[in-house]
Design a protein around this ligand. Structure first.
Ligand SMILES: O=C(O)CCC(=O)C(=O)O
Length: 357
């Protein structure tokens, strides 16, 4: 059938066409039926890309934890998450925006999702393993909604097989909509399905799918990069909004600023919604998926000065004039008018300060 820009699902139809272009429609089916899918290296990137990612992650691990020895036993019995590696090498920014990974994740949790976590992972032979769990951390409800709130990719820096200590999955478990019980954690430890895939592959899943990892029998290290993205109303696990720089925002495409959540409205201070910033945000990201602009997975045009880091708000500041202008402008209909009123006020303030000096 012809996929048009239907008003009822404007962003998802654009995304679908791009996923078709990438040859990833079967992956959508696997996500929906089994709860996880694997993308082969050639659909993730060219060999030079894979080589750069590997060099960068090995570098981070060695800088933080010391050199990897030649005997393959440096990480014996250890399973270590290497936190917040995003700013350690530019190649990680490319991985974060990888069309295959980001595209499938957006299929699961919306084209306006934000970045929650970007970590490395190193595991050695022996007893290190990850117990069965799912990544939905909402323990306030007994049953989960049918759609995931967050989604992950694991980029395999090294080959994955059972003997390599691969990630394992319980196929179909995403339909159960609950976390595993202690007896199930034990039952599935050696029964879950290991991923068998060469280095450079990416496994993608939503937060409802149960997963764990196998013990590593082979010598050497299993290396991986984990990206978690979440719906934009959620608290992120890593502080990307707080740590992203203007340079990083400017050198990346518009979608990157959305992933960094620099335009998320919350928290408000006494002054309420930042109308001026809201205007800048409109080109990048909205919390409402159907009105959020769609950014092509292939867009690499640097955003330049169209984006900016979140201002350092004084949450106790309240200006009655700005408030009144905002209310009036809202009544007149629209953010553009609001922004105009705000700008006039700022211009007047600047002129007043200039007069005094
Ligand atoms: O490979 C592993 O050890 C588990 C990975 C995992 O749990 C995750 O990425 O959420």
């Amino acid at each position: 059938m012809q996929i048009k820009d239907w008003a009822s699902c404007p962003t998802q139809s654009k995304l679908y066409r791009e996923l078709a272009q990438l040859g990833l429609l079967e992956n959508i089916a696997e996500l929906d039926v089994f709860g996880y899918t694997v993308v082969p290296p050639e659909k993730v990137g060219p060999p030079e890309f894979h080589a750069k990612v590997k060099a960068a992650v090995v570098d981070v691990v060695q800088r933080r934890f010391g050199r990897l020895g030649n005997d393959g036993l440096t990480w014996k019995d250890r399973n270590q998450i290497v936190r917040m590696i995003l700013w350690e090498d530019r190649i990680f920014e490319e991985l974060l925006l990888n069309p295959a990974g980001l595209g499938l994740i957006q299929h699961l949790i919306g084209t306006n999702c934000i970045l929650s976590l970007f970590d490395g992972w190193v595991k050695g032979p022996g007893l290190g393993r990850t117990p069965l769990h799912r990544d939905n951390w909402d323990f306030t409800r007994h049953a989960s909604p049918p759609e995931p709130n967050s989604a992950n990719f694991n980029y395999m820096v090294t080959d994955y097989s059972a003997a390599d200590g691969a990630i394992t999955f319980v196929p179909g478990s995403h339909k159960w909509r609950r976390p595993p019980m202690p007896a199930e954690i034990e039952y599935w430890a050696d029964r879950a399905e290991p991923i068998q895939a060469p280095a450079g592959s990416m496994v993608v899943w939503g937060d409802l799918t149960w997963h764990a990892s196998a013990l590593r029998a082979n010598l050497g290290e299993r290396l991986m990069i984990l990206g978690t993205y979440s719906r934009p109303f959620m608290q992120t696990q890593g502080p990307y909004r707080q740590t992203v720089t203007q340079e990083a925002l400017s050198r990346n495409p518009l979608r990157f600023a959305g992933l960094m959540d620099v335009y998320g409205s919350f928290p408000f201070g006494e002054q309420d919604f930042d109308v001026v910033r809201g205007r800048e945000a409109a080109a990048v990201q909205s919390g409402l998926v159907d009105v959020s602009p769609y950014h092509s997975l292939f867009d690499r045009e640097p955003a330049g000065d169209r984006v900016s880091v979140r201002p350092d708000y004084d949450y106790f500041a309240f200006d009655l004039e700005v408030h009144t202008a905002n209310v009036k402008a809202r009544a007149m209909g629209g953010a553009a008018a609001l922004a105009n009123a705000e700008r006039q006020k700022m211009a007047a303030n600047t002129a007043a300060i200039a007069d005094q000096t």
